[in-house]
Each structure stands twice: as structure tokens, then as C-alpha cells.
Ligand binder design. Structure first.
Ligand SMILES: [Zn+2]
Length: 325
């Protein structure tokens, strides 16, 4: 073996302290945004069957839920409302006394230091379950924009720190930005679901948010999982329309898209580690097929390595506990 030439990469992997010294990507609690589902009613803390560890909580249980997060060191939440009443125009979405608006007020009063992100969409609030309003069996893009802007303003009024529109109508960032500015909320940033794929990974969420479309599907507005260049076009227009953060959703099957978006645009990038990605790990771990902690940390770290600055994840509490060990 004389004169054999090669590099000794293993020098940097010899001990844990050496590995830690050269680690390129670090997950921190500050990176995590925890999604919460708020329901009408009292004394409710119902487990979501398809998402072990996730609950529907009523307003009176919100404070204890937030206290737990704060104690764990989580600083941001994204709020989803599950209203009792749904109608054709999703009017509960922009009702100033709607479930999300009340939840935001509640959280900001009890824990002003938490950053509250409001998910801005209509699908939880429309009786047909689509993200926009329906005209002649079609999702009417431009008519939906006005309602979205109205929803965003009512959420900002309630105290939301960030508006996160998720409905994938064309022009939604421009409409919401203008709506916020005109209402005196030019200081409130927009975290746009810029690249959102029509994904099977959303299944358990729809169970949680009761938001399955009653007819058709969302492929006329969400993206085809096969497309990459289209993702750049989507992100580009949101940047032009004034987005302050870009979200790629789902995360795990779209790490390549994240990297590309991160390399092209100088905005904070957010990964949405969606319900299906969560439930698959929980199911496998419950069966003893995978080591949950190691899988969760590997997954979340891979999203950061792919370029995500922040991660919206149902694993936020678990990850915060692992990071404390
Ligand atoms: Zn929606």
C-alpha cells in the first residue's frame, strides 16, 4: 500500500467534541414555530386522532398550552381556527369576534412576548372547504382576494405579529399587503406560503382542521409536486408583491425546492413540516420501528441544512425537550 494517496476525512469525526466542533447546521429552539388548533366551546382539549400529541383546545385551555410552550423555550406559534359555523363566503374568517381573532387576543394578553403568526385562509371557514370563494363551480381568484385582505386586517387588529396567507390565489400577497397598509398595519410582515404543493401529506391536518374540500380538490390552485421551475415563478411573484418571509410546504419531499428558493431570494425561508410528515413518524415510533428522537432531529436538521431558517412543526415541543437534554 506504499504511495497510496487519499484524504483522511475521519480525523474530524473521531470524538463527539470534534464532531460538534465542525458541525455545519444547528437546530435551535428559536427556529421552531408551533401550530395550534383553537376550537369554540369550553373545557376542550381533544386529541386529534390522526396526529398523536396534538390537541384541539378551547380558549380557556389556551393559556396553559402557551405556558407550556414558553417554559420549553418556544417563542412562536401559528394559530389555526376551527369555527363552529361555516358558510359559503367563510365569514367567520374575518369576523372580529371569530375564533382565531379571540385566540390571538388571548395569547397576546397572557404572553405578549410570544410571536403570533396568523394563518390566513378561508378553507376552515367555508362550507365547501375551498381556500377561496366558489363561482359557478370554480374558485374565483379575484373575488377571494378581497376577503383574504379583510381576514388579514382583522387578524392584525386582534394582535397578530405576522400574517401568513396560505391560499395560493394569484395576487394574494399584493392584496393582503395593500389591505394591511391601508388599515395602518404597514409594520406587520407577510409570511407567504409562496410554494405550496397539492400534497397527500396534508391528510391528517384536514382531519384536525375539518377542512377537506367538499367537491373536487385543490389542484387548480396548489402546485403540482412534479414542478420545480414553477416554484421559482411562485416565489418570485410573492417577493415582488412584498412578502417578508417565504414558506415552502410540505418540507421533507421538497428539500431541493427549499435549497433553490433559499439560493435565489434574500428572504427568511420557512419550512412547513406538515401533518403527514409528523404522523408517519409518530405511527412508526409507536410501533417501535424507528427511534423517534433521532428521526425527528435528523428530519428537522435536514430542513435547516436545505436552507430553512425557520420550521413550522408539530414536533416543536418534542424537539425543544430533546434540545434540553
Ligand atoms: Zn386553505
Amino acid at each position: 500500500m506504499k504511495d497510496l494517496q487519499f484524504k483522511r476525512h475521519r480525523r474530524l469525526r473521531r470524538t463527539e467534541s470534534m464532531r460538534s466542533l465542525v458541525r455545519e447546521t444547528r437546530l435551535q429552539k428559536e427556529d421552531l414555530i408551533y401550530p395550534i388548533f383553537v376550537v369554540e366551546g369550553e373545557n376542550i382539549r381533544n386529541p386529534v386522532k390522526s396526529m398523536p400529541g396534538v390537541h384541539h383546545v378551547s380558549l380557556d385551555h389556551l393559556s396553559e398550552e402557551m405556558t407550556e410552550l414558553v417554559q420549553l423555550g418556544i417563542r412562536s406559534v401559528i394559530v389555526f381556527g376551527v369555527p363552529e359555523e361555516k358558510d359559503e363566503l367563510g365569514s367567520e374568517a374575518y369576523n372580529e369576534h371569530g375564533i382565531v381573532q379571540r385566540a390571538i387576543r388571548h395569547i397576546k394578553e397572557a404572553h405578549p412576548s410570544l410571536t403570533v403568526v396568523a394563518d390566513t385562509c378561508l378553507c376552515q371557514y367555508t362550507d365547501h372547504g375551498h381556500c377561496g370563494i366558489v363561482r359557478d363551480g370554480d374558485i374565483a381568484n379575484d373575488d377571494s382576494l378581497e376577503l383574504l385582505a379583510k381576514t388579514a386586517v382583522s387578524q392584525a387588529e386582534a394582535g397578530a405579529d405576522i400574517i401568513a396567507p396560505s391560499n395560493m390565489m394569484d395576487g394574494f400577497v399584493a392584496a393582503i399587503r395593500q389591505g394591511l397598509d391601508e388599515a395602518g398595519y404597514s409594520h406587520i410582515p407577510v409570511m407567504s406560503y409562496a410554494v405550496k404543493y397539492a400534497s397527500a401529506y396534508y391528510g391528517p391536518f384536514r382531519d384536525a382542521a375539518h377542512s377537506s374540500p367538499q367537491f373536487g380538490d385543490r389542484r387548480a390552485y396548489q402546485m403540482d409536486p412534479a414542478n420545480r421551475i414553477e416554484a421559482i415563478r411562485e416565489a418570485e411573484s410573492d417577493v415582488m408583491e412584498g412578502a417578508d418571509f417565504l414558506i415552502v410546504k410540505p418540507a421533507l419531499s421538497y428539500l431541493d425546492i427549499m435549497r433553490e428558493v433559499k439560493d435565489r431570494f434574500n428572504l427568511p425561508l420557512v419550512a412547513y413540516n406538515v401533518s403527514g410528515e409528523y404522523s408517519m413518524v409518530k405511527a412508526a415510533a409507536a410501533n417501535g420501528w424507528v427511534n423517534e428522537e433521532e428521526i425527528v432531529m435528523e428530519k428537522l436538521t435536514s430542513m435547516k441544512r436545505a436552507g430553512a431558517d425557520l420550521i413550522i412543526t408539530y414536533f416543536a415541543k418534542d424537539a425543544a425537550r430533546y434540545l434540553d437534554q
